[in-house]
Design a protein around this ligand. Structure first.
Ligand code: 9MR
Length: 584
């Protein structure tokens, strides 16, 4: 088990990329369209942008108020906006000087914000742990145009300009041109500002996000792009969902075996899925990430995209785009999906935690949420972490802080399992927690809980052992043999078990010796899972240090180093040790 509960970086900690060529990683589909003309971007696909609706006269953007709400008691609890990004929509490749022009109108009564964000580098939206990217945001707030420059490191630079009186309901044209190393900002063809560009679009690729303030909306009537001179180029990139080809399947790193982890498992140990957590932004923007994922794994767990505040940001609004992208990708690449997570104390939106809901309403919220999310993916998601981390970090007591516990007491667990079962009777339902692998009070409490749920006939099928481990001079993870003895009693109850979120964090020690020890440890746990047919999955919390929620992702020698590929997507000794174990 982890020595300390994960150390969270303060939200909004921002750092720039270091030595990593992001542009080269983009998903370049087959059909690039070259054009020196003005491109209307609203002709492209905006259906996957959460809160957006394509209408006759443009794209209507509705404010979902999606925000990351830190739950750690020590942290500033101010929500950090997590505005939707059109990851599956148009991506632009740009060279030289170019202009983007948006025509925007708002309902007359609107005083709220209408925002368009143009990203040169995408943020890493990790629920509570967000790392900013590089972007320009254009916003209409009241009678002002706001321009925000986010360089990934510092707080954004913010500028405000007055809008003409007519700019409310009739609409206003706002343009951003990159000319040399400056941005020129225009309102209705009048230049209002020249601002130095700190290289925000140096990657050469642009993504778009659009959002409105919560409960507000606006109409994006047009969004065009064009090059400003003959040497410049603006091209729409076809951002396709990658599907692994037969040759790519053959390109697994050659170590003790020549096949990928998933192929070895499918051939030699078909009872066990080889899984990983997956994050949507790298999935849709980093081709290498997506291809390693499809090649090496046959199960994915959405790291954050199905958490409550992501997928259900307002009482009557769901935001399925990111979760759908993962499900589509998994199906296209013949991978199973493990859903994560339905009843947890964390990742709740403000509308659930803040108001004084009646007890009946809290029950309804949870039941409706589970019915909708599980129902949407019925028959497509094989198993779910229905209840996540019900126990205190290192104790035998149930966590009491969630609205679910506050209203239903410990019965919320059975309630959530019953609702999930009703929504998809075929899905396998799990309780998932950390620090369970050692025998001890927490593990004993989980055992007693599982036993009593089964005795009551509650549809519980398995237990997820997260296995977030630390390996440092001061702390060593639990021996596989100790875990083996402890897990048997759960298996004896007739339950399935899975390794659900394994990582072995080395902090900043990535010496050869430590990497070997990490490899041996990963192998020892996989061998244990291979040995007992009750294990259904060996799943890690990501596969590349580059996007690990623990990694200083701006730094290739970063902090966590806990996964089996390094921050440059190169296999580490741990990868080869898993290959070896699967081959035997
Ligand atoms: O990796 C996840 C990180 O990006 C989120 O900010 C955080 C809070 O939602 O959750 C992390 O994932 C956790 C998982 O959902 C439950 N078990 C512990 C995981 C790692 O801390």
């Amino acid at each position: 088990m982890r020595a300390n509960v994960r150390e969270k970086r303060s939200p909004g900690t921002k750092h720039g990329w270091k030595g990593l060529a992001f542009g080269a990683l983009l998903l370049l589909g087959a059909g690039c369209v070259n054009s020196s003309d003005r491109i209307e971007l609203l002709d492209q696909d905006w259906t996957h942008l959460a809160g957006a609706r394509m209408v006759d006269d443009g794209v209507r953007i509705e404010g979902l108020g999606r925000a990351i709400v830190p739950t750690d008691d020590d942290e500033d609890q101010t929500p950090i906006a997590n505005p939707p990004i059109n990851l599956r929509g148009p991506v632009l490749k740009v060279k030289g000087d170019f202009a983007l022009s948006a025509r925007v109108s708002r309902p007359a009564a609107s005083k709220g914000g209408a925002y368009l964000t143009i990203y040169g580098e995408l943020p890493l939206t990790q629920d509570e742990w967000r790392q900013e990217g590089r972007a320009v945001t254009l916003g209409l707030e009241g009678d002002s145009l706001i321009v925000e420059l986010q360089n990934g490191i510092a707080d954004p630079e913010r500028y405000a300009y007055s809008l003409p009186n007519s700019a409310m309901s009739q609409g206003v044209n706002v343009s951003l041109a990159r000319i040399g190393d400056r941005f020129s900002i225009q309102i209705d063809d009048e230049t209002v500002a020249l601002i130095n560009d700190p290289g925000l679009f140096d990657s050469g690729f642009l993504w778009f996000g659009a959002s409105a303030r919560e409960n507000d909306e606006y109409l994006l009537q047009s969004l065009t792009a064009h090059p400003l001179d003959k040497r410049s180029e603006v091209t729409v990139v076809d951002n396709q969902m990658p599907v692994l080809s037969a040759e790519e399947e053959e390109s697994a790193p050659t170590g003790p075996a020549t096949a990928s982890l998933r192929r070895l498992a499918e051939k030699n140990h078909p009872q066990l899925y080889i899984g990983t957590a997956v994050a949507t932004i790298p999935l849709l923007s980093d081709q290498k990430y997506a291809r390693i994922l499809a090649r090496e794994f046959n199960m994915v767990t959405p790291e954050n995209a199905m958490k409550f505040q992501f997928i259900h940001p307002r009482p009557d609004r769901y935001a399925f785009a990111d979760a759908d992208a993962i499900v589509d990708f998994a199906e296209a690449n013949d991978m199973a999906i493990h859903g994560h997570t339905l009843a947890w104390k964390e990742a709740l939106p403000r509308w659930v935690t803040e108001p004084d809901h009646s007890d009946a309403r809290i029950r309804d919220i949870l039941a409706e949420h589970i019915a909708t999310v599980v129902g949407r993916y019925k028959g497509r998601i094989q198993s779910w972490d229905v209840v996540n981390e019900p126990f205190e970090p290192f104790g035998a007591e149930l966590r009491t802080a969630s609205p679910w516990y506050q209203v239903m007491g410990k019965d919320y667990i059975a309630f959530a399992l019953e609702e999930a079962h009703r929504a998809d009777p075929e899905a396998k339902l799990y309780i998932n927690d950390y620090a369970l692998e050692d025998p001890g009070p927490k593990s004993d409490a989980m055992y007693e809980l599982a036993k009593s749920l089964l005795a009551q006939g509650v549809p519980l099928h398995g237990i997820g052992f997260q296995m977030h481990e630390d390996m440092t001079d001061d702390y060593w993870p639990v021996e596989a043999s100790v875990f083996r003895d402890n897990v048997q009693r759960f298996i004896d109850l007739g339950l399935e078990v899975r390794i659900s979120e394994m990582d072995v964090n080395l902090q900043d020690d990535d010496s050869e010796e430590r990497l070997q020890q990490q490899a041996e440890y990963f192998r020892s746990i996989l061998e244990l899972a291979l040995d007992k047919p009750a294990f259904t999955a060996f799943s890690m919390w990501g596969f590349t240090d580059r996007y690990s929620s623990l990694q200083e992702w701006w730094d290739a020698d970063g902090f966590g180093n806990g996964l089996i590929f390094d921050a440059e997507h190169q296999p580490k000794p741990a990868y080869f040790s898993l290959q070896e174990a699967l081959q035997e």
